[in-house]
Design a protein around this ligand. Sequence first.
Ligand SMILES: *Cc1c(COP(=O)(O)O)cnc(C)c1O
Length: 393
Amino acid sequence: MENRKIYFDNASTTYVGNEALREMMPVFSNIYGNPSSLHSFGRDAVNLVDIARDRIAKAIGAKASEIYFTSGGTEANNLAIKGLAYANRHKGNHIITSCIEHSSVLEACRQLEKDGFIVTYLKVDSHGLINFADLLHHINSNTILISIMTANNEIGTIQHMQAIAETAKEREIIFHTDAVQAVGSISYNVNAMGIDAMSISSHKIYGPKGVGCLYVRDGVKIQSVIAGGKQERGVRGGTQNVPAIVGFGKAIEVAVRDMSVNNKKIKTIKEYFVKRLTESISDVYINGHPAQRLQGIVSVSFDCVNAEAVLTMLDMQGIAVSVGSACESGTIEPSHVLKEIGLDDVLAKGTIRFSFGKSNTKEEIDYLIETLIPIIEKLRNISPLRKKKRKED
Ligand SMILES: *Cc1c(COP(=O)(O)O)cnc(C)c1O
């Protein structure tokens, strides 16, 4: 048996693309000045940071002055939720978000609740969509912030961004979106889309880890959430990670440039996977919205198997996938997202996320399906649940 390694976990992280890598590598040792320094070493560094800032702004239709570098998506979400809430507290103390947000949004909201803010966590339907009437119903005169992710990282569902943004705008409520999964798959123009703040992470779009940014529309008040220096115009203290920022800037430029080619490629792979999967294995259910979704993320519930066992057995054959969300593995509870879309416990615990990237091939899908068939069969054969269900049939 040849020793293969196949990666179907692109929603957890991606490799660093060649073009980004090539630009960032020399920076580590050659352009090592502190961007805040006033001498030429500092100026060289700040020039590179500014080029990256311009590229990121251009990629989402923003101005360079609206981009604040952070250590990634988690920090960008924390900065957005807490920084916008505290800076606008004089206008009200109510925040609306959804119950399927990334933990960095949900936990930031829970922290705010301990400090006098009121948070509404909108429910979602079985496809993972929030209900628009429900959103309207919960808005009140104290609502200062609506934060809804563009696309979900576990099930891939894309929300009705336009309607949410328009509603927020009409009422002068700040609209933030966690765009970490969606950037590179859907095109953004923050002005046309009415987005006031948006979180992006580099390592989900073939850039280096540990860097990301928050876009905040000029004129929207935000305050720093960590004590420190005056970097990033006082909004995010701490010396910028110059090589990572350079890689991030290139990665987002490449992601936008190649978006339609990559989307087409990934859609083909995904459709081939779904076809082969449903033809080869019985009692599988695909989660998320059937049409309004990212192509790269396919969440599959296998009846009467333990997803962690599947993951381990696939891993032994060199195939990488994830169960629920990687951020939450280690806990035995099924993910909050799967619960909120109404999956029962058995299906939730049998759910695997396959996430495809621009380098995956049909041939890798064939290998995946051939590996998966006997694994599911074996696990179902020893499943007490399966035996019980068979008897009842
Ligand atoms: C990965 C992810 C994050 C966190 O980004 P990091 O850069 O890993 O901190 C936030 N939101 C979503 C939707 C994600 O998928």
